[in-house]
Write a protein that binds this ligand. Structure first.
Ligand SMILES: [Zn+2]
Length: 72
């Protein structure tokens, strides 16, 4: 991902990982699915469209989120 700068501070932002609240070692990165997605018939899971990547400004703490579509 190209370096992005904080819209408020104009400083380079650092990548952060968003993790779920499952107990270790079950931690996984945050996924996303379509708003109208329905749970799968067999496993009751939503189809994963991709992952959420985060960037944080270490000056003001602003966090930006970007969707990273899953490679097909
Ligand atoms: Zn900032």
């Amino acid at each position: 991902m190209a370096t992005r700068t904080c819209p408020d501070c104009n400083r380079p932002m650092m990548g952060i990982r968003l993790i779920d609240k499952a107990y270790s070692p079950a931690h996984t990165s945050l996924d996303y699915t379509a708003a109208d997605a329905e749970r799968g018939m067999w496993f009751g899971r939503y189809p994963v469209e991709g992952q959420i990547e985060g960037l944080m400004c270490d000056e003001c703490g602003r966090v930006l989120l970007y969707a990273k579509p899953k490679e097909q």
